[in-house]
Design a protein around this ligand. Structure first.
Ligand code: KIV
Ligand code: ZN
Length: 496
């Protein structure tokens, strides 16, 4: 079997998605889960883009041992200097530099010629090489770059010392056969191609990211750039769990990864919960319905022999059929076991706090699901926020004007306000705005039931604009008015 190197970019391309930003502690948590999952390279950030990204690359470099830590740069010296500095604690390090090579990028982004771009590509590679041995070069928009010119760039950067050359389908434009043919062309026409590893980096704008990645691998690429749950810019990147399981199911492709597939589910849940990005129920491998057989014919077949309708054993991706069902009578140990299955490790004090919240929820809701547990684990993170909701009371109904009274604790001091509105949420948000004197506009407001039933937990995502910036709030509660106000306050806390 040939080895495929798994380059995870959840913390860079994935984290670029609006609303998915993580703090450094959360990024370290994800990086450690990725290490356990067995990824070969973690793209930890784009250090020159912000002090937060710089710091995350530094801290992830200290936190992980086995994977190579990679930092992204544009093909400019300043970016490369900053990336090298951020990587200084990494045991294994890589600089990922590059430039746009398609006619669109060369003409409209750089107002340059192909020859100028070629020179800049070589110069950036040589400059990065002064700092690290392992240099990856990306040809941005390679998907729409003509093969002949692309081959010249690839050949030149390999000569300049690139150890890996990334061929991104940045816009998710290519068809699988076309992308596969592009990789084949490079394998056949670039002098010295075997001195470097060719990498795929596909986006999912037309829903073909995974198919394109597999076509690339079938034609010689030996690194794939992926994200957990396929999270990423616009329609996302190729999802790691899909590629890992395709190669496991289709051994005839002759390519294997180092991924410990049993860690897939817990890593997926952790990323979804920390990034507040729900996984669509019918998502391959990790969606809630991925292994649920609902039609009578399928159920009958599966009961007779599971292989009639199942190509993957759920246990292979870490979904344990015998998982303990949680109820109001479950103890701390059961809750801890369940949290661990979902990729969440907590110290004793945090576990105790969540356990108390769990008991309250279990009193209100008899069927406690994974989403509920993740919601409880997420709530703990809010303890350190400056503005807290002390209490809220709403009156609403048919034929009465909804009124809400709210009390906020702001840095230890209590403030109360009452307001009316066209509904209970509107009234409560107006009351909060009376206390927090800022010009804030709600740009997006999404309420979603986590599971089903009238006793279900409602999850709220909110996008709030203030002073030209956008902030994201998230909350979950069995009371959807309370969840809405908590999500608003969550966003307000981020305004600072
Ligand atoms: O999609 C893309 O082209 C990228 C590069 C920066 C690697 O993310
Ligand atoms: Zn990308």
């Amino acid at each position: 079997m040939d080895r495929l190197f798994i380059f995870d970019t959840t913390l860079r391309d994935g984290e670029q998605v609006p609303g998915c930003q993580l703090n450094t502690v959360e990024k370290i948590q994800v990086a450690k889960a990725l290490e356990l999952l067995g990824v070969d390279i973690i793209e930890a950030g784009f250090p020159v883009s912000s002090p937060g990204d710089f710091n995350s690359v530094v801290e992830i470099s200290k936190a992980v041992t086995s994977p190579t830590v990679c930092a992204l740069t544009r093909g400019v010296e300043k970016d490369i200097d900053v990336a090298a500095e951020a990587l200084k604690y990494a045991k294994r390090k890589r600089i990922h530099t590059g430039i746009g090579t398609s006619a669109y990028h060369i003409k409209y982004k750089f107002n340059a010629t192909q020859e100028e771009i070629l020179k800049r590509a070589v110069a950036a590679t040589k400059y990065a090489k002064k700092y690290v041995e392992d240099v990856e070069f990306y040809c941005e928009d390679a998907g729409r770059t003509e093969n002949e010119y692309l081959a010249r760039v690839v050949e030149a950067v390999i000569k300049a010392g690139a150890t890996v050359v990334n061929i991104p389908d940045t816009t998710g434009y290519c068809l699988p056969a076309e992308f596969g043919a592009k990789i084949k062309y490079l394998m056949e026409h670039v002098d010295g191609i075997h001195k470097a590893i060719i990498s795929t980096h596909c986006h999912n704008d037309l829903g073909m990211a995974t198919a394109n990645t597999i076509a690339g691998i079938a034609n010689g690429a030996r690194q794939a750039e992926l994200t957990i749950n396929g999270i990423g810019e616009r329609a996302g990147n190729t999802s790691l769990e899909e590629v890992a399981m395709i190669l496991k199911c289709h051994k005839h492709l002759g390519v294997a990864t180092n991924i410990n597939t049993r860690e897939i589910y817990s890593t997926s849940r952790m990323v979804s919960s920390l990034m507040n990005m729900p996984v669509q129920p019918n998502k391959a491998i990790v969606g809630r319905n991925a292994f649920a057989h609902s039609s009578g014919i399928h159920q009958d077949g599966v009961l007779k022999n599971v292989q009639t309708y199942e190509i993957i054993d759920p246990k292979d991706v870490g979904i344990d059929d015998n998982s303990i069902v949680l109820t109001a009578r479950s103890g701390r140990a059961a809750l801890k076991h369940h949290l661990q299955m979902l990729g969440i490790e907590l110290d004793r004090e945090k576990l105790d706090n969540i356990y108390q919240e769990f008991l309250k929820l279990a009193d209100r809701k008899k069927d406690i699901r994974d989403n509920d547990i993740l919601m409880l684990a997420g709530e703990g993170r809010k303890a350190s926020f400056r503005i807290k909701l002390e209490y809220m009371q709403v009156t609403s109904g048919i034929g009465v004007r909804p009124v809400a009274s709210v009390c906020l604790n702001i840095a230890g001091e209590k403030f109360e306000a009452t307001a009316s509105g066209n509904g209970p949420v509107d009234a409560a948000i107006k009351a909060v705005k009376t206390i927090v004197h800022r010009q804030m506009t709600i740009q997006e407001f999404l309420i979603q039931a986590m599971n089903k039933g009238s006793d279900d937990v409602g999850k709220v995502h909110m996008q709030v604009a203030c002073d030209g910036n956008v902030y994201y709030g998230f909350a979950a509660n069995t009371d959807i008015v309370a969840a809405s106000i908590e999500a608003f306050i969550d966003a307000v806390n981020k305004i600072g």
